[in-house]
Design a protein around this ligand. Structure first.
Ligand SMILES: C[S@@+](CC[C@H](N)C(=O)[O-])C[C@H]1O[C@@H](n2cnc3c(N)ncnc32)[C@H](O)[C@@H]1O
Ligand SMILES: [Zn+2]
Length: 307
């Protein structure tokens, strides 16, 4: 954790400011303690301030993002995450450069990576141990801060960020709208927020039936089972037979085998996985007083601006 991160953190219990107790003199603090004015303490472990004591209902993501820590990270051979980021937020490098940005539910940090490459100062938070992968991937960059925190108990003051995004996250909480409602107040005036949620436009699929069981399976077992997505890719491409097999056992059809395994695990492992429509989500933005509400054509992706 970088020392100057303390300047934008506040205690999630009492709103008090923090001082560093037992901190190392170095600019990167590996271990130590945050002590608030009200006497609450939070540990810094592995270079990450920890505002939660457990992963609650997201142990699957802690597992997933540490096993697949770099699968979806852009590199010399792929800019797929950057493309997805543009499509799902409507944000551009010109908008984000030099701004303070919050990545809500950062996972292993693939979108924190994009926004920080675009020149933003990015804070990535996640409830799960995925933050450890994010810290390894991007946390040492001078313009990145990572924290383990819950959307429902965030350690930030109102009006802290120029931009907030949350991609593929809010529908994995117990209540998508309640999670969304925590975010707009953190925006500065004229700040923008963009979210992307699973859509409810697809017809019912048998995976909903399997999902009654799969989130409860041991994670390693489920992960091993999702390797079926590797060969099924070829079966799913056979005319007629492929349609039947995909209908009966939906798995990721991503061309890269490792992404297929990851995406399939990501679909079948979460405890909560709500689906939404634009008709449902647009009023959430209006109720929060957001304006310039933009519908992006990657359902369900919406951007709004705080006045
Ligand atoms: C499908 S992953 C998406 C990660 C990242 N946004 C991406 O697209 O690569 C969903 C993430 O949301 C996080 N998450 C779920 N509920 C959360 C909460 N209440 N507070 C913070 N993070 C949460 C999970 O731990 C998980 O890493
Ligand atoms: Zn406190």
């Amino acid at each position: 954790m970088k020392r100057d991160f303390v300047q934008i953190l506040v205690c999630p219990r009492c709103g008090g400011r923090f001082a560093l107790a037992d901190g190392e003199p170095a600019d990167e603090i590996e271990s130590g303690m945050l002590l608030c004015e009200g006497g609450h303490t939070f540990p810094i472990i592995g270079g990450i301030p920890r505002f939660v004591e457990s992963e609650l209902y997201v142990q699957n993501f802690g597992f997933e993002w540490n096993v697949h820590a770099r699968t979806q990270l852009d590199g010399a051979s792929s800019d797929e995450s950057e493309q997805a980021f543009r499509a799902k937020t409507g944000f551009t490098p010109e908008m984000l450069s030099g701004k303070r940005v919050l990545d809500v539910g950062c996972g292993m940090g693939r979108y924190t990576d994009v926004a920080s490459r675009w020149g933003a100062t990015v804070v990535g938070i996640d409830l799960s141990r995925a933050v450890e992968a994010a810290q390894r991937n991007v946390g040492r960059r001078p313009n990145v801060h990572i924290a383990q925190a819950n959307i429902f108990d965030l350690p930030f003051q109102d009006e802290t960020f120029d931009f907030i995004f949350s991609l593929g996250v809010l529908h994995h909480t117990p209540n998508t709208k309640a999670a969304f409602d925590r975010l707009p107040k953190l925006l500065l005036p004229n700040g923008k927020i963009a979210i992307w949620l699973y859509s409810n436009y697809e017809r019912w699929r048998p995976s909903e039936l399997y999902r009654r069981v799969t989130p409860r399976l041991p994670k390693r077992l489920l992960h091993t089972l999702t390797y079926v997505a590797v060969p099924l890719y070829y079966v799913n491409r056979i005319p007629v037979l492929g349609r039947v097999s995909y209908y009966l056992l939906p798995v990721s059809r991503h061309p890269k085998p490792e992404w297929r395994v990851l995406d399939t695990f990501d679909w079948y492992s979460p405890k909560y996985q709500w689906k939404h429509t634009y008709e449902e989500v647009l009023p959430w933005f209006e109720q929060q007083g957001l304006t310039d509400i933009r519908v992006l054509d990657t359902p369900v992706a919406v951007q709004g601006t705080k006045k």
